[in-house]
Design a protein around this ligand. Structure first.
Ligand SMILES: C[S@@+](CC[C@H](N)C(=O)[O-])C[C@H]1O[C@@H](n2cnc3c(N)ncnc32)[C@H](O)[C@@H]1O
Length: 459
């Protein structure tokens, strides 16, 4: 290890920043975050530094560096392009044992800046010792996606309850187990949601629980997006890594499922059109049973749980049984398929509204409000419309939508098997019969489809 990471307390300490350009501005921001008292020496300042000086947030000395300028400061940062001055500043500061950093000249530094993940009071510093700063930033970006944004709130809650927990347990092992349970459970989730008082209440309740008190789990209704795992939300990813059990549908892609915790149990409840293997009531009952066993259950659905996903029905039963839950939205098939096909769902010159409908057949008919659908300047997105496609096209033409209205049928949108079939209302049913796309498929009808030939970027 060439550098020992230490965290420097700068609270109101006098820090000297030499230089007034964009790099100096970035350093000033960091120093201000750490509540330092900043003096900037520079003949000219960036706009942001000028504003900070006018607001008396920093002190500005409008000139170049002079000998002995560094004396009486606790920290010196040099961000000028003048190599001679940089070297003099570094020598003077180091002679006086003042920590000094010269931007992009590690040989002149007595300390270096790490890449920072800030979830104050939790702070993570990453460094490559100055040899591969881009790699440090990459590691930082990965950590940013893994750590909940509100981790700091949880740390503050822990700080508030630390003494009470310490007084409660006689040994440190019990304390450690208690905190591990808290940081991995519903209290942490409540804190991330900003429900501080409720989180604190549950934490204290947990403290007084005996070993045989029942623990009630929680259900997370999570949208898994249309297929491409990179379209998952950060929250969905975090919950997949936390879950004890994942209950998933047919539409959840294998790549998304692979992101779940390795030892999480997985239960498939997917419904095939011909085989209603797990009825909705049984799924609801399963969610309740598992939550009552104290499990953290992720109910993972394709797309968004509230878009033709029966998410509402599932949480209704959870409410009836007093089981706590969260709903995590996902990218719905319409957004995923449209974006990955270069078909904007609205466009100033083509469509000012968009209807999302299900084309599901009931008793061999599609029952929709055809007059509402067959309107000009409107995009129609049809979920589950493959079987009823011929009927849908005929009905829309009957209600005066032109036979040459463009139609796109998208197979397995956003996945490696994403495929777009383009036609018009008159011909789409025949074309689809001929090409036999694989489900799931989504249908987009309207003038916006004509933009596909120009805007398609996925080829
Ligand atoms: C029961 S609905 C669920 C919709 C889901 N909740 C959503 O927000 O995307 C299933 C239908 O969504 C559409 N669908 C879902 N994922 C799709 C994909 N990757 N490509 C094309 N269509 C998709 C299909 O029309 C499929 O029949």
């Amino acid at each position: 290890m060439n550098y020992l990471p230490l965290f420097h307390k700068l609270d109101h300490k006098k820090c000297l920043l030499i230089g007034g350009g964009s790099v100096a501005t970035r350093k000033a921001r960091l120093l201000l975050d750490a509540h330092a008292s900043i003096t900037v020496i520079a003949p000219a300042l960036s706009e942001e530094l000028t504003q900070l000086a006018s607001a008396s947030k920093i002190t500005h000395l409008k000139r170049v560096f002079e000998a002995n300028d560094t004396l009486n400061f606790s920290l010196v940062i040099c961000a000028t392009n003048d190599k001679q001055a940089n070297s003099e500043i570094s020598t003077e500061a180091q002679l006086n044992n003042i920590p000094v950093n010269v931007v992009d000249q590690p040989q002149l530094c007595s300390f270096i800046f790490p890449a920072i993940v800030d979830r104050a009071p939790i702070t993570i510093a990453i460094s490559s010792g100055g040899v591969a700063p881009v790699l440090s930033r990459l590691v930082r970006a990965k950590l940013e996606t893994l750590l909940p944004h509100a981790l700091g709130q949880l740390a503050s809650l822990a700080a508030e309850c630390r003494q009470t927990v310490k007084d409660h347990f006689s040994n440190s092992k019990q304390r450690r187990i208690f905190w591990e349970t808290i940081f991995n459970g519903p209290v942490a989730e409540l804190s991330y949601l900003g429900k501080h008082d409720e989180a604190k209440k549950q934490l204290l309740q947990h403290l007084h629980q005996t070993e045989d008190s029942p623990t009630i789990g929680k259900v997370y209704l999570v949208g898994g997006g249309p297929g491409d795992p990179e379209l998952l939300t950060l929250k969905a990813l975090r919950l997949l890594q936390l879950a004890d059990i994942i209950i998933y549908d047919r539409l959840v892609s294998a790549e998304v499922l692979n992101l779940a915790r390795r030892d999480a149990e997985r239960i498939y409840v997917g419904k095939q059109r011909s085989d209603h293997s797990v009825p909705q009531d049984d799924i609801n009952a399963l969610l309740i049973k598992l939550a009552k066993e104290g499990k953290r259950v992720v109910r993972l659905k394709g797309g968004d749980p509230f878009m033709f996903g029966r998410g509402g029905e599932e949480i209704e039963t959870l409410i009836d049984e007093n089981i706590s839950f969260e709903v995590v939205p996902g990218i719905t098939a319409a957004s995923g398929c449209a974006s990955y096909s270069g078909i904007p769902l609205t466009h100033r010159e083509h469509a000012q509204s968009c209807m999302f409908v299900t084309g599901h057949l009931k008793d061999n008919t599609v029952n929709l409000d055809w007059d509402q659908l067959a309107k000009p300047n409107q995009t129609i997105v049809i979920y589950m419309g493959l079987m009823g496609l011929r009927q849908i096209s005929e009905k829309l033409i009957e209600r005066n939508l032109a036979g040459n209205t463009p139609v796109a049928l998208i197979q397995k949108g956003t996945t490696a098997e994403h495929r777009v079939i383009i036609s018009d209302l008159l011909h789409i049913a025949n074309k689809v019969e001929e090409l036999k796309p694989k489900p799931p498929t989504l249908i987009i009808i309207g003038s916006v489809v004509s933009l596909h030939s120009k805007l398609n970027w996925t080829h």
